[in-house]
Design a protein around this ligand. Structure first.
Ligand code: SAH
Length: 446
């Protein structure tokens, strides 16, 4: 292909997504995934798309280590697997501190809480089943931004149980001649398996997503899965015949067990079904929530708003220290779950409101509501100007901002800093091997 050129380049930097950077002809910046600063390597450069692919390293960085996964570059989920763990932590901390400095935000993070589990930290595994070219049933994750399944044997980020179950399903499909779904022809039976594991209770939920209600040899399948993986505590069939990349359909049927599992986060019990949002790395989530509680220095007189509350985890984890918690969340399922979880734990001083967080805060500000502290944990896109301006009108003593994207965090902090000062902050590594970093920032009203 004439658009592809082979070149030797020296990597001179790393971008915010952990990709190497180099210059072509000393002026054009190019991005080379999986290359590290100071490395010398041969790449393939596509003139049209400007995409680069590292094909050989002539000089390796001393922060490089041999990745423990053979397919991570194809899969794309772990962008930093070739970097030593301590260096991953440095990369994350330096990135956030640099963004703060660039925007003149007067705070610098000293610590990043490392993940105790460097592998098998995820409590959820989602795999697609396919026939490969040799008509063999394979399973794996989707390649980034595509519908191509990258066949997998075991994924390091998942537990042994989760990997064993994904594998057992493929074996049983072969034994019982159950066809995997074919996306183009829209035929076949099994599309995905969603495996969720409660690390505190060892309960495991397996959801088999089928192309409609038909599931030939269903009871034999369940029998064999239980025999091969006796630690599975419940099995669900979910029907999804739609042409969509969304994994779960609306209708479900419990094939074995209760249809949900129970887990504990910060000592609070949560019922998790196939569709419930739940923290993926629960050990680190607990440490994150503990930081929120520590920074909050809550008292029994405090009224606290937990904005973007999901299933209410953060608000419930501080409920015993405060007078009242109001959680606000715009996802109906999550609010239902939050209410159910509060009942389950007999937590009486929390309420959950189904609303857009901005609309709700604007209303609170209009009504001159009295709130003492605000916790906010927005999605990657961050919050809105109207939300932040309403916070300033409401004048809570403290704002605790939990963020999964430091770029939008920095943008939002700038709006708050006219009235608030940053008094504390911590970084938490939730996703080992990736560029993602979780930030908690505590602001106090001046
Ligand atoms: N605090 C929770 C969830 C954080 S994820 C936890 O720690 O588990 C961010 C949440 O914000 C998601 O539950 C998402 O549904 C919700 N969300 C996104 N946009 C929103 C909006 N405009 N108003 C209210 N909630 C929103």
């Amino acid at each position: 292909m004439e658009n592809i050129k082979k070149l030797q380049v020296k990597c001179v930097g790393i971008n915010d997504f952990g990709q190497g950077e180099a210059f072509l002809d000393k002026k054009k910046k190019i991005v080379i995934p999986y290359m590290l600063p100071k490395e010398l390597g041969t790449i393939e450069y596509d003139k049209y798309t400007e995409r680069c692919k590292l094909i050989r390293l002539e000089k390796e960085s001393n922060i490089r280590e041999k990745p423990k996964c053979d397919i991570y570059q194809k899969c794309g989920s772990c962008q930093l697997l070739h970097m030593r763990y301590q260096e991953q932590l440095n990369f994350k901390k330096d990135l956030v501190n640099r963004l703060f400095k660039e925007e003149k935000i007067p705070f610098s993070f000293k610590e990043i809480l490392e993940s105790e589990k460097k592998s098998a930290y995820r409590n959820k595994m989602q795999v697609a089943y396919k026939l490969n070219k040799d008509q063999k049933i394979v399973y794996g994750f989707y390649e980034e931004d595509s519908h191509k399944v990258i066949p997998l044997d075991t994924c390091l980020n998942q537990s042994n149980y989760q990997n064993e179950i994904a594998h057992a399903i493929a074996l049983i499909m072969r034994e019982l001649r159950i066809a995997p779904y074919n996306e183009d022809k829209r035929i076949g039976v099994i599309r995905f398996a969603l495996i969720r594991e409660a690390f505190k209770t060892n309960q495991i939920l397996v959801t088999i997503v089928t192309n409609g209600e038909m599931f030939p040899a269903r009871s034999e399948f369940v029998k064999r899965l239980r025999a091969r993986c006796p630690y599975v505590t419940t099995i669900i069939q979910n029907y999804n015949s739609r042409k969509t990349s969304i994994i779960l359909g609306d209708t479900e049927r419990v094939l074995y067990g209760d249809g949900f599992i129970e887990d504990y986060l910060c000592g609070i019990k949560f019922n998790i079904s196939s569709k419930t949002f739940y923290q993926i790395n629960p050990l680190q989530a607990e440490r994150l929530y503990n930081k929120v509680s520590e920074f909050g220095e809550f008292t029994k007189d405090d009224v606290v708003v937990d904005a973007y509350c999901g299933v209410g985890t953060i608000g419930m984890s501080v409920a015993d220290k405060v007078k009242h918690v109001i959680g606000v969340e715009n996802n109906k399922n999550s609010v239902q779950c939050a209410k159910m979880n509060a009942n389950l734990n007999k937590i009486k001083n929390v309420e959950f409101v189904l609303d857009d967080a901005t609309d709700y805060l604007v209303k609170l500000a209009k009504n001159n509501a009295k709130i003492d502290a605000l916790i906010m944990d927005p999605p990657r896109s961050g919050s809105t100007v109207n939300f932040l301006e309403s916070v300033k009108k409401l004048k809570p003593k403290k704002v605790i901002y939990v963020s999964c994207d430091p770029h939008t965090l920095v943008r939002d902090l700038k709006t708050l800093l006219t009235d608030y000062s940053i008094t504390n902050g911590a970084l938490v590594d939730m996703f080992v091997g990736t560029y993602h970093v979780e930030c908690v920032v505590c602001l106090e009203r001046r």
